[in-house]
Design a protein around this ligand. Structure first.
Ligand SMILES: Cc1cc2nc3c(=O)[nH]c(=O)nc-3n(C[C@H](O)[C@H](O)[C@H](O)COP(=O)(O)OP(=O)(O)OC[C@H]3O[C@@H](n4cnc5c(N)ncnc54)[C@H](O)[C@@H]3O)c2cc1C
Length: 216
């Protein structure tokens, strides 16, 4: 697939190698014609941003390769009836210094909305039993601080405990210590909430498991 990213910027997105495979010539020149000084791999937000930076810096001699037949990566809007549905990312996290927010505002894509009341989050077990909101809130807060401590390892560059090398291992260590204070049934429901939060983290980061994210 070839897509034009910005005026003059050649963005050729194709399955790896397929642009060469479709060439009928095999005299070496097919490579020369296909030569670019820079290659951006992947047309998700990161790749598009890199390509956009190159174009803005006056670099024209680059290609962007995208394995799929569309740009956007994990950002994908689809139409369901008359509604637009986001299958991937939909929230802009953080406002200050966030280039995406700046872009959205400059394109008049966001309104500042004062929410009249706080959102209510409901969590339900497989058996259809709703968890008390206080349990949810408390578990969310604990999880939030576990992650803050992960950031501190990174920011302060201090050594994690023996055997803790990944974000997942750190979070599991903290969860284990935290759950010890509860009797078995209360421990179980909190563990379910933590499991959900860890899965959500994988969706956001794109990691298969949080143990594959290194701490330092
Ligand atoms: C369900 C879901 C909800 C999310 N919600 C939010 C949210 O609300 N807010 C938020 O900030 N983030 C959210 N995220 C995370 C956000 O979508 C990602 O962090 C972001 O889109 C990642 O962009 P990226 O360019 O790094 O990677 P990707 O979007 O994954 O793009 C990588 C691109 O590279 C291509 N590619 C990979 N390998 C090759 C190759 N060898 N050759 C050519 N092309 C290749 C892929 O096809 C893909 O198009 C969510 C993610 C998911 C899955």
């Amino acid at each position: 697939m070839a897509a034009s990213l910005s005026p003059g910027a050649a963005a050729a997105a194709a399955a790896a190698g397929s642009s060469v495979a479709t060439s009928a010539r095999f005299d070496g020149l097919e490579y020369a014609e296909n030569y670019s000084r820079f290659l951006v791999i992947g047309g998700g937000a990161a790749g598009l941003s890199a390509a956009s930076h190159l174009a803005r810096c006056g670099v024209r001699d680059f290609k962007l390769l995208e394995a799929r037949n569309r740009l956007g990566g994990r950002i994908l809007t689809t139409q369901v009836g008359s509604a637009k549905v986001e299958l991937g990312a939909s929230w802009i996290h953080g406002v200050l210094g966030n280039p995406l927010y700046e872009l959205a505002v400059s394109q008049r894509l966001v309104d500042v909305v004062q929410s009249p009341k706080p959102h209510n989050v409901a969590a339900v077990t497989e058996e259809g039993r709703r968890l008390p909101f206080s349990v949810l809130q408390e578990t969310y807060e604990a999880y939030f601080w576990f992650f803050k401590r992960c950031e501190e390892y990174f920011l302060c560059k201090y050594q994690p405990p023996e055997g803790v090398r990944s974000v997942g291992q750190h979070i599991e260590l903290e969860i284990g210590i935290y759950l010890q204070r509860f009797p078995p049934q209360q421990r179980h429901v909190r563990r379910l909430v933590f499991d959900y939060l860890l899965k959500r983290e994988c969706c956001i980061t794109g990691a298969y498991k949080t143990v594959s994210c290194f701490l330092m």
